[in-house]
Design a protein around this ligand. Structure first.
Ligand code: ADP
Length: 477
């Protein structure tokens, strides 16, 4: 499977999981909200029915007659109710209508029963074919013959004038029953409206989630894909760099082996070539291992391991200047350094910092023609310090200045190969700077020279920092 299809499959899988998880979250929360809204509406509706029933009960209670056949009185109290067993012809006057009753006649209906459960009176708008028998359970929901659902509440009706029989005090403690019901048509319409919104909205939301998941997984895969490509490029470059000296080394060895006896005097020269190629290979492998160890170091740092120590940059710069003296004398280059009197410390790995500055000085010497100058200086500011390496060499074209830090990148590779460069020096320098939380920048003009500046965060010198830490321990900080 090639890498493109591997990444495409991973992206698909990621998008699928995103969409799946989002879909589940959406459906669970959608269903939860739907249930909550429905329950809140239902509870509000029941509260309203109960409150109407309570108000009616309290208004009717003092007026209810003690007699068991109270039809005449009932008609006075509820002029807009039909009496059971009589022709229903209620045309109450406006004043009568507002004596006692409920204002919303199209939604609510009332039914009155005596204590034995016999229907006494009812609203004309009650559901058709409702049984005359009393169902005593407080809440009932039913579907009428006209297909409309109703919800009704039954409560006991007490009368102030009702008397219990003396010998049977518990026989019928109530006057009768009041039943209030309402149509559920508006409630059902609202429910189906919400269901419709959910049914159409959910697939649309799911589609949007799927599209955004695909886009998001693409975004998530991008850095991984880039890093994978960089890794592949790095492997290819490393293999290429290893192959060239190895091929040349093998060719030289073969030539030595086939050399006729008469040409034996050429062997030392040819062995020198073998040694040069072998050294180049060894340098390359050392650099690769060093880069990989830097990466490991960076991983360790991210996991909280900090092996850095205070390092004195003054010593580092003067040591390196001394080390390169022999080389610059041979190359006829004037190497000088400017180091301040006060000691400057940074927190870091000394051998890595040596490697960083030595790479820059080596490059400056390599790319400066004979008679040129290289100046290494150390400057410090309140919180930072910088090491600069300035040369009067061949310089770097502006278009190349961002690329020289890439691994294996060489300006005019022929030019660098002649000098033995493999294009890892600045990559290593930049990685070390990054590990030390610093910055490496270049300013250069072709033909005039280059200036490399390493900015590093400065710390107090060793003694000062030790005194500081002792003080803070004494103060219990
Ligand atoms: P190399 O090992 O080839 O020197 P580097 O990573 O050190 O690789 O440098 C990358 C490229 O940057 C080199 O090919 C070189 O052309 C250019 N370069 C680096 N330093 C200098 C400098 N001081 N002056 C001119 N060119 C430089």
């Amino acid at each position: 499977m090639n890498s493109y299809s591997l990444f495409r499959r991973s992206r698909l899988r990621l998008a699928f999981w995103y969409a799946g998880v989002m879909g589940i979250i959406l459906s669970v929360s959608g269903f939860g909200i739907y249930r909550a809204v429905m329950q809140a509406n239902w509870a509000a509706m029941e509260r309203e029915i109960e409150s109407i029933a309570g108000t009616l009960h309290d208004s009717v209670e003092p007026l209810l007659p003690a007699a068991e056949a109270p039809t005449a009185v009932l008609q006075q109290i509820f002029p807009d109710l039909c009496l059971s067993g009589e022709a229903c012809n209620t045309t109450p006057t406006l004043i009568q209508r507002h004596t006692i009753g409920i204002s919303d006649r199209s939604t609510y209906y009332i039914r009155l029963f005596n204590y034995q459960g016999k229907l006494l009176a009812f609203s004309p708008n009650q559901p058709p074919l409702l049984p005359d028998r009393l169902n005593r359970s407080p809440w009932q929901t039913f579907r009428s013959t006209n297909g409309i659902r109703y919800h009704q509440f039954t409560t006991i009706l007490h009368s102030a004038k009702a008397r219990h029989p003396a010998n049977k005090p518990n026989l019928h403690p109530s006057w009768g029953y009041l039943q209030i019901g309402r149509t559920l048509a508006p409630f059902d319409t609202e429910t189906s409206r919400i269901q419709w919104i959910l049914a159409t909205g959910f697939p649309i939301a799911l589609l949007l989630v799927a599209v955004s998941s695909w886009w998001l997984s693409g975004l998530a895969m991008q850095p991984i894909y880039q890093s994978y490509q960089q890794q592949q490029q790095f492997t290819a470059n490393a293999a290429h760099e290893l192959r060239s000296p190895l091929a040349s080394l093998l060719a030289t060895v073969e030539a030595i082996l086939r050399l006729p006896q008469s040409n034996r005097q050429n062997i030392p020269t040819m062995l020198q070539t073998v040694e040069r190629q072998g050294r180049r290979l060894s340098d390359l492998i050392t650099d690769l291992l060093f880069l990989s160890s830097l990466e490991q170091h960076s991983l360790k740092q991210h996991s909280g391991v900090k092996p850095f120590q205070p390092c004195c940059l003054n010593d580092l710069v003067s040591d390196l200047t001394e080390e390169f003296l022999e080389l610059v004398t041979a190359a006829d280059i004037h190497l000088t350094s400017q180091i301040p009197n006060s000691e400057i410390y940074v927190l870091g790995d000394e051998s890595q910092l040596y490697r960083l500055v030595s790479n820059l000085i080596a490059n400056a010497i390599q790319y400066t023609p004979a008679g040129g100058e290289v100046l290494v200086s150390l400057e410090f500011y309140e919180r930072s310090t910088c090491v600069t390496v300035k040369d009067t060499g061949i310089g770097i074209a502006p278009s190349e200045q961002t690329r020289i830090f890439d691994r294996f990148y060489r300006v005019e590779s022929d030019r660098s190969r002649k000098t033995g460069g493999i294009g890892l020096g600045l990559a290593i320098a930049q990685t070390i700077t990054y590990l030390h939380k610093g910055q490496l920048v270049v300013k250069s003009n072709p033909g005039q020279g280059s200036l490399f500046t390493v900015d590093l965060p400065r710390i107090f010198n060793r003694v000062e920092s030790q005194v500081k830490s002792l003080n803070s321990m004494d103060n219990g900080e």
